[in-house]
Design a protein around this ligand. Sequence first.
Ligand code: HEC
Ligand code: HEC
Ligand code: HEC
Ligand code: HEC
Ligand code: HEC
Ligand code: HEC
Length: 271
Amino acid sequence: MMVRQRAVTLLHSLVLMGLVMLLVVSSGLTASAATQQELDDITAQWQTSVHALNDVNCASCHQNNETNEFVASPNHESCQSCHEQSVDTFLLSKHGIRLLEEKSPLTPAMARLPMKHDAMDKQMNCNACHSVHSADTVEASVDACLTCHNDNHSLNYQNSRHAELFAESKELPRPGVGAVSCATCHLPRVVDDRLETPVVHVNHNNTYNLKPQDRMVGDVCMNCHGVEYSYNSIFDPELVEANFDRSPTLEMQTFDLMEAAEARRTGNASD
Ligand code: HEC
Ligand code: HEC
Ligand code: HEC
Ligand code: HEC
Ligand code: HEC
Ligand code: HEC
């Protein structure tokens, strides 16, 4: 039964794939945009992706739901029907807000922060981070960010313990729970427990927890570190610039006060 279902699914996929290829060829796109080799590569990437496993086909993204028209370059709207939460949070972010306002996509050329020279015209959209045909999240977590970002903090990440932890889990299809990538801090996973079985989503709003800085402490650091360690790290601008490549040396003056307040609140009157 399972095998037969799979076979039918595969057949179904191949038919749709053929359809899109036909569309690509007949619209003359092969000559300008995609060679046969590129099509083969795309198909190979897609075949092992979580999309193919879930029956999401070429046409799911390359065909307009309403008009059935072929879409050569799908944008975030093609993901909306299946990934509403990702699209909504992305559109509220610094990365996505221009698209929400119906302006041209954000590019590194518009930035105030240092950006990679050869990425100045790279347009921000879902596929700026995700290699869409493989639906990758590992590459999206660090390597993709570094195709654009070029400030000291971003570049220093590679020297951190966090980067080592990420490298250790790179073989997995998704970054492991012990890994700390750029996304762990800036596009954090959040648990939506409104449903019976809680779902983990990625908050694609990259500015949500930048200010106030305490938000990142509570939402991210304290999943792994103590409150004191976290505060003393995040409020030390040098340590932030170094991307946390050493233990914190700062000792926040207000800290003892906060700790005392917390002890009072929880009734633990120890040190
Ligand atoms: C999850 C959605 C999705 C699926 C599934 C998908 N594509 Fe794409 N495809 C995209 C997006 C997004 C782009 C990038 C458009 C851009 O860069 O402007 C793209 C671009 C392309 C291009 C242009 C060349 C390139 O790499 O930019 C071709 C050709 C293509 N897809 C073919 C296919 C074929 C064939 C399949 C099925 C085997 C497929 N796509 C499945 C979303 C998808
Ligand atoms: C027809 C529905 C559908 C469309 C359209 C679609 N996806 Fe997906 N996508 C899925 C399903 C189903 C999964 C697997 C289950 C899950 O993670 O939610 C998935 C998973 C993913 C994942 C996670 C991969 C992983 O390793 O967990 C990414 C990233 C992704 N999609 C990106 C996109 C992008 C970008 C687009 C638009 C260009 C898109 N998808 C369009 C249905 C869709
Ligand atoms: C296509 C290029 C590109 C990619 C890829 C990209 N970014 Fe950005 N990002 C930008 C640009 C441009 C800005 C706006 C910077 C500015 O206005 O100075 C920005 C802004 C940000 C900001 C907000 C900075 C602020 O002060 O408001 C954060 C945080 C950020 N990006 C993190 C990331 C992370 C993490 C990744 C990878 C998961 C990533 N970015 C991937 C181009 C990119
Ligand atoms: C700045 C880079 C970046 C951009 C832009 C981006 N993503 Fe992601 N996305 C990621 C990273 C990194 C992860 C995995 C983070 C993790 O698991 O720790 C992810 C995870 C996901 C997932 C799986 C987790 C979940 O919440 O279901 C989906 C689906 C997804 N993205 C879809 C999209 C769509 C759709 C867009 C465009 C609207 C988009 N992404 C734009 C970096 C990005
Ligand atoms: C352990 C958590 C953590 C990791 C990992 C991390 N960052 Fe950050 N990032 C921060 C903190 C904290 C700030 C400072 C926030 C503030 O000052 O408001 C910051 C600031 C930023 C900014 C804004 C800088 C500015 O001057 O406005 C960008 C862009 C950024 N990070 C990108 C990245 C990229 C790209 C990576 C991976 C290569 C990365 N970060 C890894 C925690 C992290
Ligand atoms: C998923 C767990 C996890 C998260 C989330 C996390 N860290 Fe870490 N961090 C670690 C581990 C594990 C180490 C390595 C500890 C060791 O080597 O003893 C580490 C190391 C550090 C170090 C010391 C680096 C060194 O070289 O000694 C600092 C500082 C640090 N983290 C700060 C932060 C801050 C600030 C945040 C939040 C913005 C954060 N971490 C988020 C797990 C995490």
